[in-house]
Design a protein around this ligand. Structure first.
Ligand SMILES: Cc1cc2nc3c(=O)[nH]c(=O)nc-3n(C[C@H](O)[C@H](O)[C@H](O)COP(=O)(O)OP(=O)(O)OC[C@H]3O[C@@H](n4cnc5c(N)ncnc54)[C@H](O)[C@@H]3O)c2cc1C
Length: 427
């Protein structure tokens, strides 16, 4: 092979892991990253000495340490990992009560509408309260509200999900597609091939109360995530520059950067885009809901949340969606507590903050206008139109949550890079 040069746009989780797997195979990788550090939303920052990421950043993926991408995390952390048991609650303001998250059957008895909920639950369940699959809409082929109202009934849906979903993604449940929001995640939990149909997912829990129980590899690195992303790019050249968009010069397309550099596609074996696919074309058409993270240090309070909980979800119409006590994850030893309050923001929100606080928020990974893709049928059509537009550049590929427009965690993102790297021969 003559050309072993690869260009990667964006050095977040997707860009760094793509660089890692390709440099392992002998490719020469250049990354264009607009920030001073790699790691994107999963970069570890500090407030009052407490480590945090942009919201909780726990790695979870099926299989044990030997599963290929879990093995990557083990190797790059020297196996210095905390194994996490996730305890989460939902605070329901009208009931002035916290319940377990995900919704637990035993908590129904504590709810004011328990009789109505019991009646609704039995509509699509057998005597043992197991879901009757033939009566449920098919995940991946129905809207979010359709599946969840069938599985848990309208009362539980309205109490825990209707407002939360709207607030979380700024899209009502009857427009939100289940195809990518849920299907990917459940397929990866079962380590199933991506073509397999997802069936029998029950949002109501009967046995345990920890999220992701059964996934043996659910971890947080003892020294935070930065060492992992830094190690992934050590064999690459990271250029601090921002991608402005794709331009054309006499039918020779190139990537133009903020500093005016031109990176011609023809000079590379492959160009991987891991930034927002619409930004790649200098546009802003894909709908996202952003987040402002508000770090709240409470001096002299060793733990803030009940029963060792990591996060509380707020399911009504209050400003925050989720509040996380970071120490429960990072195990930071301190007499104080750091709480991260997650507040949804919409496009243009940056204009509303005083410029010094916004600068601080951007520098410290506390603000992202594009955090959660709004996965409606219309948004998918817009996404597909961008993919179509890029087909005229034969060596352009996409990797990661922004470029593939997926509701993905770190592991799904790294897995996408790993799987793509398998098509590249050793050079
Ligand atoms: C609130 C929240 C909580 C989360 N919690 C978890 C969790 O607990 N566990 C988990 O596994 N995942 C979690 N995630 C998901 C995780 O953050 C993503 O899966 C991961 O960050 C996706 O990686 P990425 O590289 O696709 O995107 P990003 O991490 O966003 O990286 C994109 C990179 O591209 C760069 N970039 C963007 N535009 C340009 C440009 N024009 N030019 C140059 N560079 C550019 C950015 O600076 C960034 O470095 C969470 C996400 C959010 C929003």
């Amino acid at each position: 092979m003559n050309n072993r040069n690869v260009l990667i746009l964006g050095g977040g989780v997707a860009g760094s892991s793509m660089a890692y797997y390709l440099t392992e195979k002998g490719y020469d990788v250049t990354i264009l990253e607009k920030n001073s550090k790699v790691g994107g939303l999963a970069r570890t920052c500090f407030y009052g000495g407490h480590p945090y990421e942009f919201g909780p950043h726990i790695w979870f993926w099926p299989g044990g340490k030997e599963a290929p991408i879990n093995d990557t995390v083990v190797r790059l952390t020297n196996d210095e990992l905390y194994y996490i048991e996730r305890r989460l609650f939902t605070y329901v303001e009208p009931d002035n009560r916290k319940y377990r998250y995900p919704v637990h059957y035993r908590d129904v008895a504590l709810m004011p509408e328990r009789e109505q909920i019991e009646r609704e639950l039995r509509e699509n369940r057998d005597q043992q309260l197991k879901l009757i699959e033939s009566q449920l809409p098919e995940i991946g082929n129905c809207k979010f509200a359709e599946y969840f109202t069938a599985a848990i009934g309208p009362t539980l849906y309205n109490k825990f999900m209707a407002n939360y979903t709207w607030k979380m993604w700024n899209i009502p449940g009857d427009e939100l597609e289940t195809s990518m929001v849920w299907a990917d995640r459940f397929q990866s939990e079962k380590a199933a091939p991506t073509t397999q149909k997802v069936t029998g997912y029950d949002p109501l829990k009967f046995d345990d109360h920890t999220l992701g129980k059964g996934i043996r590899f659910q971890v947080y690195p003892k020294h935070g995530w930065n060492a992992v992303w830094d190690a992934m790019v050590t064999r690459s050249t990271v250029v601090r520059d921002s991608v402005v968009g794709i331009e054309d010069e006499y039918r020779k397309p190139y990537v133009l950067t903020g500093s005016g550099e031109k990176y011609f596609f023809a000079d590379y074996h492959t160009v991987f885009c891991s930034i927002d696919i619409d930004r790649l074309w200098g546009e802003d058409a894909l709908p996202y809901t952003g987040r402002m993270m508000i770090p709240l240090l409470i001096p002299g309070l060793a733990h803030a949340f009940p029963e060792g909980a990591e996060s509380l979800h707020y399911s009504s119409c209050e400003f925050q969606t989720r509040v996380t006590e970071m120490k429960v994850i990072t195990r930071h030893d301190s007499p104080d507590t750091l709480i991260l309050i997650e507040v949804p923001v919409l496009p243009g929100a940056a204009k509303c903050f005083p410029s010094n606080t916004l600068e601080y928020a951007l520098e410290h990974n506390l603000f992202a206008e594009k955090a959660y893709p709004q996965q409606s049928a219309q948004a998918f059509d817009t996404y597909e139109a961008y993919v179509e537009r890029g087909r005229k550049i034969p060596n352009l590929r996409y990797v990661g949550r922004h470029a593939e427009f997926k509701y993905w965690g770190m592991a799904e993102t790294v897995n996408s890079a790993y799987e793509k790297s398998l098509a590249f021969p050793q050079v």
